[in-house]
Every structure is written in structure tokens, then in C-alpha cells.
Design a protein around this ligand. Structure first.
Ligand SMILES: N[C@@H](CCC(=O)N[C@@H](CS)C(=O)NCC(=O)O)C(=O)O
Length: 204
């Protein structure tokens, strides 16, 4: 398998999951700033992209992470099919993808799309407020838990960890979320996370 990633982008979640499996894989850096280079691999023009062992390209982080986790089902990176936990995991993955991941996106595109500074600042403040309300809820969900689904680390944690790490780039104040802070440190300490972040040049 080969993962196409851009440093610190949402592809970090897939990178972490690949490391968690211990399966050998290749990586190739494709900056999100170089759209043409990504389009040459897949017309969607974004990462993550995974070249599977059959040579086909798989897109969409949530699909990529599940494909990778299914190579090593015994690791329970995704709960077993047919269990209630499986649907809880899917519930989280969809929430993170549509509400959190794409909740940050306007903060990255606002500078390009909104010319007038005051309008841009008002817009960003509203987007951050909406995101903060979602993190209030997530923080409450993490009370008494090691990971989002309870005791076990899953794809959901890799994905939320990746998105939450963008807070520093967009000046989202995270200081009030104590459960999130503890959870974040726990995920950060995992060897698979450290290795992925080092490979992507995110750690000194
Ligand atoms: N629906 C895709 C979205 C992926 C996505 O938003 N990738 C961003 C980086 S986090 C990207 O490559 N952006 C560059 C662009 O859209 O030009 C997924 O969930 O994998």
C-alpha cells in the first residue's frame, strides 16, 4: 500500500492507522498546495489517497481507514461488524467527517475567499463559535473514558486527534476542554502517532 499525504492534513489519521497495523507501507508527500500533482493521482484533487495492493486508488479518509483496519481485524481498530459499538464508531466517524473536519475547513479558506478584513474576522468568529459548541459536547462525551468509544483506541480517535490538532493553526482556544486535553495527550503518546508525526515532519 502507498499513502499519499500532506503534512498535518486529514491524511495524518490514515497515516496513524497504517502505523497502528504494523503492516509495511509506503508514503509519498503531496502538498495540498500542489493541486495538479494530486489531480494526477485522483481527479478529486485532495488527500488522503491510498494505492491499494491491487493498484487501485482509494479516496476518502473514512473509507481508507476502514480498509486499512480491515487488514488486521484482530487489532479492533474498528469494532466488529454487527455489534452496537460498530454503529457507535460509524456515528463518530460521520460526525467527525461532516461536523468537525468540515467545520474547520472554512477557517482555512476564509483568507482566500473573503477580501474584506472585518467581514472575514466576523465570519471566522462565528465558525469558531459553532465549532466550540461541538467540542463542548465532545468534551462531555469523553468524561470517564480513555478513548471516544471507551477503553479501546479506534479510527475515531485518530481522526478526531488529527482535526483537533488544527486548533493551533486557526487560533481556536481549547483551554476549557479538560477531558479533551487528557484524551489528546493519551493519543499523542501512542507510538503509531509519534511515528506518523515524525515522518510528516510535525515533530522536532
Ligand atoms: N472528503 C475528503 C476530504 C479530504 C480533504 O478535505 N482533504 C484536504 C486536506 S485535510 C485537502 O486535500 N485539501 C486540498 C484541496 O481540497 O485542494 C475526505 O474525507 O477524505
Amino acid at each position: 500500500m502507498k499513502l499519499y499525504y500532506s503534512p498535518g492534513a486529514c491524511s495524518l489519521a490514515s497515516h496513524i492507522i497504517l502505523n497502528e497495523t504494523g503492516i509495511p507501507f509506503e508514503t509519498e508527500m503531496k502538498s495540498t498546495k500542489d493541486k495538479a500533482a494530486i489531480v494526477a493521482i485522483h481527479p478529486k484533487g485532495y488527500i488522503p489517497l491510498l494505492k491499494m495492493d491491487n493498484g487501485e486508488i482509494l479516496s476518502e479518509g473514512v473509507a481508507i481507514m476502514q480498509y486499512v483496519a480491515d487488514q488486521k481485524p484482530e487489532l479492533n481498530l474498528m469494532p466488529k461488524m454487527g455489534t452496537t459499538e460498530r454503529y457507535r464508531a460509524l456515528e463518530w466517524l460521520n460526525y467527525i467527517s461532516t461536523e468537525i473536519h468540515k467545520g474547520y475547513s472554512p477557517l482555512f479558506t476564509a483568507d482566500r475567499l473573503i477580501g474584506e478584513e472585518r467581514e472575514r474576522d466576523t465570519f471566522k468568529a462565528k465558525v469558531k463559535d459553532a465549532l466550540s459548541q461541538k467540542f463542548d459536547w465532545i468534551d462531555a462525551q469523553l468524561a470517564g473514558k480513555d478513548y471516544l468509544l471507551g477503553k479501546d483506541f479506534t479510527l475515531c480517535d485518530a481522526y478526531l486527534f488529527t482535526c483537533f490538532s488544527w486548533s493551533k493553526y486557526v487560533s481556536l482556544d481549547t483551554s476549557k476542554w479538560k477531558n479533551l486535553a487528557t484524551w489528546n495527550s493519551r493519543v499523542y503518546a501512542r507510538p503509531a502517532v509519534q511515528t506518523a508525526m515524525k515522518t510528516e515532519g510535525l515533530l522536532k
